[in-house]
Design a protein around this ligand. Structure first.
Ligand code: TRP
Length: 433
């Protein structure tokens, strides 16, 4: 096939692409808040421990399987054990469902870039956001626009599209993020903001906090849906898996921390209740930006940065699905991209409308948007990760030896992979339900 020989042109491109996939809305609007609410520095230490000793395991497994079989998620898992091909399909279903709510947010971001660009700011962002997101035409149009913009990169190919996008957008993203964080540190609320995020609170250390940390870690690293596996399949043979895994973890965590330093000094300068998610990014922050000097530039940079973070994640989700369509249905990359774009587009429309005319259409008490978010993040993601670990641990006998060699680190990795991580993931699943 035409796809057979694709490789990242450099190690840096590979790292930028995986970091681009991992760094997304989860790092910016979720991590800093979760950290502040769950014990600050105590949470950070727990999170670092979990990410360094638990999440590194499935991360390395996905990289290993990708690198070894050099094909898409479904075929790679089929090669591991053909009885479990369905696990690959499950990953692909997950990676198709995630964009259906993630790209709705992408559409909102495009709208906010536009209003800050034209300096057409509403007097009250809360009223504005609620009335905007409940409209029909504009939100749907912008979700689809975001989808098409994202699809354009994998459409052009791995090197010409995906690699170029990440090589340009990730450095720009980082510069903007650092710039805004430095600016925030000079605001009057800087001290309180940093206190909120970092002040250790030992009373928060409990089971729920550990599970929260683990759930966030899996989501932010894009584990459990074949994305890391797919990007790993373009890896060069000499690339070291453990080193790449830790580099990714380091960059992802660092960016999440800088995002907090960018957000909370502003929040405390204006004395508002800290929050997370859509309400933070689309209501409270813009409200505050509009009161800062150079408000429209500040807002514009913030939403452009959010745009880069979400589109580079979106590209990796789409590429995972596209490579699977190419390999399993034997069609060209361009066709596969169009097919996937249409599928995601069709599901995204009702998902976008679930803030407006479909607000009362609920299943299990959740709107379509919430249902997509909940079922993927809380159920499919840990479930797929569990299966990938079990398959890697019990079906690829030499995995730990090939990753770390026959030494103490290899033995520890093997025990974590076969017993500890699966048990922890089962706990996450049970409590998540
Ligand atoms: N890691 C992304 C974020 O932090 C979200 C995400 C979850 C993701 N699963 C993914 C991105 C799979 C790409 C592929 O926002």
């Amino acid at each position: 096939m035409e796809e057979e020989k694709v490789q990242w042109t450099s190690h840096l491109s590979f790292i930028l692409a995986t970091v681009g996939s991992a760094v997304g809305l989860g790092n910016i609007w979720r991590f800093p808040y979760i950290m502040g609410k769950n014990g600050g520095a105590v949470f950070l230490l727990t999170y670092l421990f979990i990410i360094a000793f638990i999440c590194i395991i499935p991360l390395c497994c996905e990289l290993f399987i990708g690198k070894k079989y050099k094909t898409d998620t479904i075929q790679a898992i089929k090669s591991v054990n053909s009885k479990f091909t369905w696990v690959g399909w499950l990953c692909i279903i997950t990676v198709i469902l995630i964009p259906c709510f993630y790209f709705v947010v992408g559409g909102w971001i495009l709208n906010y870039i536009w209003i800050f660009l034209t300096n057409n700011l509403p007097a009250n962002f809360s009223g504005y956001f609620n009335s905007y997101s409940s409209q029909i035409f504009m939100p749907v149009f912008l979700t689809i626009l975001f989808l098409i913009m994202t699809a354009a990169f994998p459409f052009r190919g791995v090197n010409k599209g995906i690699e170029k996008a990440n090589n340009i957008m990730m450095p720009l993203f980082t510069l903007m993020l650092i710039g805004l964080a430095i600016y925030a540190l000079f605001q009057p609320g800087a001290k309180d903001g940093l206190m909120f995020m970092f002040k250790p609170d030992f009373t928060q250390f409990n089971k729920t906090m550990i599970l929260t940390a683990l759930g966030q870690a899996l989501f932010t690293l894009s584990i459990g849906m074949g994305t890391i596996l797919t990007y790993g399949s373009y890896m060069k043979d000499k690339t070291n898996i453990i080193k790449s895994g830790y580099t990714l973890i380091f960059c992802d965590t660092l960016i999440a921390l800088i995002a907090g330093i960018m957000i909370f000094p502003i929040v405390f300068t204006f004395n508002v209740e800290p929050s997370a998610g859509a309400a933070l990014a689309f209501i409270s922050l813009p409200e505050m930006f509009s009161k800062l000097p150079f408000s429209s530039i500040y807002g514009l940079i913030f939403f452009t940065l959010l745009f880069f973070a979400s589109i580079t994640s979106g590209i990796s989700m789409m590429e995972t699905g596209i490579l699977s369509i190419i390999k399993n249905f034997n069609i060209t990359r361009k066709r596969a991209t169009i097919i996937l774009t249409v599928i995601i587009g069709l599901i995204s429309i009702p998902s976008t409308l679930s803030f407006g005319i479909l607000k009362d259409f609920t299943l299990f008490n959740k709107t379509i948007f919430d249902l997509l978010d909940y079922s993927t993040s809380n159920i499919l993601l840990p479930f797929n990760t569990l299966l990938i670990c079990l398959l890697s641990g019990w079906c690829i006998k030499s995995l730990w030896k090939e990753i770390l060699g026959e030494n103490i680190f290899g033995y520890i990795f093997n025990i974590l992979l076969k017993f500890v991580v699966p048990i922890i993931l089962i706990l996450v699943l049970v409590t998540g339900l």
